[in-house]
Design a protein around this ligand. Structure first.
Ligand code: PMP
Length: 429
């Protein structure tokens, strides 16, 4: 027992005492090193922290060599677009590289409000607020809007930032089976009456599987149980719907039916940062009270200006969204025809090729690299071992030739790897 602040006595139980100043003794560190040793044994180079030079679009530059790129979410090719880069440069000239304060205090610039107005109008809601990171936006918003008296029910495949926000909030947290609005409905029937507020969180497009939520059904369920519905549009903003307005446009749902729209500016927004869009009172509450906004610096001028310019190009050139959709569908159809397992991917710019084995995924990405194709393997423990995969991010800038070549090589190598014995897999490096 140890006396806690305020004189109360709190019981703290340690299972094992770790030397506090030696990170190498942390269980987590040992586990990390064991995973890295296993990866080394495969003979494949470490697939993480690859250094990319230049602008990553349909191709990327690694160690002076050009690769077809499927590992970055520059979906609309707007990062590196001359107009977007020029806007960022102009903003630096005018406002500097940092706003040097929380916006609440003295960091507010005219372009902050301009970007937020544009986002709210584009989505079709009253107001929006931007923050410096997408992950931080989810964490602070979810962590702040609900508390220990409340319930958060989120999709079982929710992004880490949603889970972290839920943990931070102290609310009761219950995942529902992926995309299963009927299971959600049943859970809410049982649980909703026990809690003050209930927040349901889903994503527009799921970042590992490339499938998406049936938004009208979720809206129906949330209305029946009188809950708040939050939709993370990280991968659907700029990619879904005829003109890229997102999942609401895809389903022709009035955006005001959703209480909280969340999005990131790091993908189609070709910058970085996150936003929340919704009703005026929601945004007002966050502007004055969300810790990750109030106690954090405002988005830097270059990032704000780049996102404004990206939105302008997107609105002027909806053909980018159409090209992206055509490329995504072509990639998916070719994979399916080749007998590759793409899970539930639904013609979105995220297409997994599931190998069901981390070693095979690692070696497949390594072989593709030798064909000048760069794609990231997603390995256990990031996903279950049976769900190990390559994840392809498609962009509007890929050519049909690049797509056909990539699917062809993927099918060829995967077949060879699956026919090889596990021993051969480990030896051939
Ligand atoms: N939500 C989802 C669904 C994501 O996939 C990500 C990251 N890609 C984030 C939030 C966090 O966004 P950011 O990387 O811009 O911080």
């Amino acid at each position: 027992d140890s006396p806690a602040a305020g004189g109360a006595t709190r019981s703290i139980r340690h299972t094992t005492v770790e030397p506090e100043d030696d990170v190498t003794q942390f269980t987590e560190y040992r586990r990390l090193k064991a995973t890295m040793r296993q990866m080394q044994l495969t003979g494949c180079p470490n697939p993480f922290f690859t250094v990319h030079d230049g602008i990553v679009g349909d191709t990327t530059l690694i160690d002076g060599e050009t690769y077809i790129s499927f590992a970055s979410y520059n979906y609309l090719g707007l990062s590196g677009h001359p107009e977007v880069s020029a806007a960022a440069r102009d903003a630096i000239t005018r406002y500097g590289t940092s706003v040097s304060a929380s916006r609440l205090v003295s960091g507010e610039k005219p372009i902050h409000g301009e970007l937020e107005r544009k986002i709210a109008d584009w989505i079709g809601v009253d107001a929006a607020i931007t923050m410096v990171g997408g992950h931080a936006t989810n964490e602070t918003t979810i962590g702040h809007l609900v508390g220990p008296e409340d319930l958060i029910v989120h999709d079982a495949l929710s992004h880490n930032s949603i889970v972290q926000g839920a943990l931070l909030s102290g609310a009761k947290r219950r995942p529902f089976p992926h995309n299963d609005y009927e299971a959600l409905d049943r859970m809410l029937t049982a649980l909703r009456p026990q809690y003050r507020r209930t927040l349901v969180v889903i994503e527009g497009v799921y970042s590992m599987d490339g499938d998406f939520a049936d938004l009208p059904k979720f809206v129906e369920v949330k209305k029946r149980h009188r809950c708040m519905l939050m939709v993370d549009e990280a991968h659907s903003f700029g990619t879904m719907g005829r003109t890229g307005r997102g999942i609401a446009e895809h389903f022709d749902v009035d955006a005001r039916q959703v209480d909280i729209w969340m999005g990131t500016l790091s993908k189609s927004g070709s910058s970085c940062g996150g936003f929340i869009a919704g009703s005026q009172p929601l945004v007002e509450l966050l502007r004055y009270t969300a810790p990750g906004f109030v106690f954090s610096v405002g988005m830097p001028p270059a990032q704000v200006a780049a996102s404004i310019a990206s939105l302008e190009v997107l609105q002027r050139e909806p053909q980018r969204v159409e090209r992206l959709r055509r490329n995504s569908r072509l990639f998916l159809t070719l994979c399916q025809t080749a007998g590759l397992d793409t899970g539930d991917s639904g013609g979105t710019p995220v297409v997994p090729v599931i190998t069901g084995n981390s070693l095979v995924a690692l070696r497949l990405s390594n072989r593709l690299k030798k064909d000048a194709i760069n794609v990231q393997p997603i390995l256990y423990p990031a996903v279950d071992e049976s769900a190990a995969r390559l994840r392809f991010f498609i962009t509007s800038e890929h050519t049909e030739e690049q797509i056909r070549f990539t699917v062809d090589r993927t099918q060829h190598h995967l077949q060879e790897l699956q026919e090889a014995s596990p021993a051969t897999l480990a030896e051939t490096g």
